[in-house]
Write a protein that binds this ligand. Structure first.
Ligand SMILES: Cc1ncc(COP(=O)(O)O)c(C=O)c1O
Length: 366
């Protein structure tokens, strides 16, 4: 296997999707995969039979989703970036369009278009995140019409909100819905659907049971189809990044281990200053080193880690839970090649599905 390499474990993302099987069978719950987290066509193909569609954020994502889905399944879009010169094509490709602002509503809502189901994205103005960088409900948010400014839902078929970031519990969802219900009440009955966004990662069965209860209540009480569109919750833990040590030296008493990857292959590490989980690292005692990326940025650091045995040039380690928002945000900064991409099947066999080279690098600039 070439390194650096992302490996996506098919059983892991399939299991995440299968978790929703019963809910999809027994209620009007629909599962969409948010392709912004990882839009690799062969991964989307594998997901296609097990989801109700894809959620997208741009014309390009919408076209890719349509290519994979063919005529089956639905495509949902919401974005602050809808453009006048793309809207006709977007309305052609997407089945559901949640307008992000009253201005978008005035310009892009067309009741004569029977093909598109229009909704409005609201900002429930209820923050659960203490970091504005990933809080859609931050003050002066660009994401959705502030709930208190919604006067009427007339003409709309649905409501959309997305307010969370990697939440492992559903209390925020519960409280958000309570707030929406108390503001809009029975107006919700005039809608066909509600899209509760993504932002949740269900690892715990008891949390999942609570989620089910919320969905059932919503559809029973208001007769709504409920769409859920996770990205990270499906592909996040299915992805790992395998990297090799390419240099090792001492700097002012610390051992520096240079990897053949960089935080630019998983920019959230730098963006949110969140050290990745390294599978081979041990807690506390052990041989200690500073893992660094191979780009010129001095802040290209993974962090200080301990290992049972010293890492040597040629040793390989894996960053885990990096399936979401990694490859899709990665760049070839410094001319460092992008990682190869492998799928791991249920028998542990690896299939190389993407490998980049100098031609891809130059094609980017030509
Ligand atoms: C509107 C919308 N839906 C769904 C998602 C997917 O979120 P996550 O990957 O955290 O589940 C996002 C992420 O930014 C989003 O903005």
């Amino acid at each position: 296997m070439n390194t650096p390499a992302y490996i996506f474990d098919v059983s892991k993302f399939t299991a995440r999707i299968e978790q929703f099987f019963d809910l999809r069978q027994k209620t009007r719950f629909k599962l969409l995969y948010s392709i912004k987290a990882l839009p690799i066509p062969s991964v989307l193909e594998l997901m296609r039979p097990h989801v109700d569609g894809f959620s997208v954020s741009s014309l390009f994502e919408a076209k890719l989703a349509r290519e994979v889905l063919g005529e089956e399944g639905s495509i949902h879009i919401t974005s602050p970036g809808l453009r006048t010169d793309e809207i006709a094509e977007i309305r052609e490709v997407c089945d559901y369009l949640s307008l992000n602002s009253l201005s978008q509503r005035a310009r892009f809502f067309d009741p004569m278009l029977s093909k598109t189901s229009f909704g409005v994205r609201i900002n429930p103005q209820l923050s659960f995140l203490d970091d504005d960088r990933y809080d859609p409900c931050r003050r002066f948010s660009k994401l959705g019409v502030p709930l208190e400014e919604i006067e009427t839902l007339d003409g709309m078929s649905g409501l959309h909100f997305h307010t969370m970031f990697a939440s492992g519990n559903v209390l925020p969802l519960k409280l958000t819905l309570e707030k929406i219900e108390s503001r809009l009440g029975d107006q919700l009955k005039q809608l066909d659907w509600i899209n509760i966004g993504g932002g949740y990662v269900f690892c715990d069965q008891s949390v999942f049971a609570e989620f089910e209860e919320i969905i059932r209540r919503l559809s029973d009480r208001y007769d709504l189809t409920v769409f859920f569109e996770p990205g990270r919750g499906i592909i996040g833990e299915a992805g790992e990044l395998v990297t090799e040590v390419i240099d090792r030296f001492e700097s002012e008493g610390k051992t520096i281990v240079v990897l053949d990857t960089t935080v630019i292959h998983h920019p959230e590490i730098f963006e949110y200053q969140k050290p990745p989980v390294i599978r081979e690292a041990v807690d506390g005692e052990g041989w200690s080193c500073l893992l660094v990326g191979c780009s010129c940025k001095s802040g290209d650091l993974f962090g200080e880690y301990q290992f049972e045995q010293p890492l040597m040039v040629g040793s390989r380690i894996s960053l885990t839970d990096v399936g979401a928002y990694s490859l899709v945000k990665a760049s070839r900064f410094n001319g460092i090649n992008l990682p190869s991409v492998y799928l791991r099947d249920a028998n542990g066999r690896l299939e190389l599905i993407k490998q980049y080279g100098y031609e891809d690098y130059t094609a980017h600039w030509d």
